[in-house]
Design a protein around this ligand. Sequence first.
Ligand code: PMP
Length: 372
Amino acid sequence: MPILDSWIADRTRNFDSSGIRKMFDLAADLKDPINLSIGQPDFAVPRAVKDELIKAVEEDKNGYALTQGMPVLREKLQAEIDHKFGHSDRKVFVCSGTSGGLMLAALAMVNPGDEVIYFDPYFVMYPALVELVGGKSVKLSTYPDFQIDMQLLEDSITDRTKMIILNSPSNPTGVCCSEGQLKAVAELAERKGICLVADEIYSRFTYDHQHFSVAKFNERSIIIDGFSKSHAMTGLRVGYVHGPVDIIDTMIKLQQFTFVCAPQPCQWACAVALDTDISHHVAEYELKRDKMINGIKDSYEIVKPDGAFYVFPRLPWGNGQEFCEHAIDNNLMVIPGTIFSDHDTHFRVSYAASDEILDRGIEVLNKIAKRG
Ligand code: PMP
């Protein structure tokens, strides 16, 4: 329809979600799919968190929240952050999911024409995010080991570089930056006066070592985290951002005119989530990671992931589309790497699933590793 087409703003024209939509359309007819495509935990929201959410709704705490977040949650987060980093200029606010925080960070800081560096493979939202605010994506390859090449990073910085987005543990690779690497990136950003935004949504899911935040090495970094993954509440839309007061205040101002607030009852629930131990889930996910890796390592080339809940194996044959369509023919859903990358060489497996589903998935993955 030409008229409706002309209503669509130019800034959205280059978005392409057709690849993933095609995969889901193909999978729609599967009866009982082995679904290893999901980017959310398979455990339930902890009981105490659910109870608090229900209580908040029943107590009519359903109105607008304060734009910067309800004190019950924000003050607890601020105390934790102050204790952890001890920075004099670090303030937190509550936003509508990590996605909301990323959007506000881009709106608050990226001017049209500014360059934003992030690493390939990347979280699906980043290219669209940069495009929306008129920025220019500078994607730096981390293949084949998914580690940052510091020389490449340094060489890619120009006088238009405004921001570096770092995601560790990473979606889709599950790989974490080492402490040394984070320190190097943090110091480089500081030295060059570039804003470092860290998407730390998988911070609770690290297996072989503790999580390191770049805020430890860069007092002006903007850290974005949330409750979607840690407490399995992707639908409840609560995230938080901390960083220098002037930047955070700008983001709060923008939140007032866009998202308004994160849902109030969910914020009461998140205050309880902060006191709710999820370490048994993390331990379970470490076992699931090992099960998946050990199950398919003879058939696939894999960089061992030390966080999140994804594995990003190399394609054994064909391109991502062909391979993932063949997986669907075998009742298995996995995601082609092109959704997360400019390279068509890998695919993403999520092990956030029951052990029974993982066993079935491993069997099919081993079967389809050989074409035919
Ligand atoms: N960043 C990354 C790296 C993610 O994987 C996701 C969720 N898939 C998000 C951000 C968005 O999470 P939220 O539900 O908090 O918006």
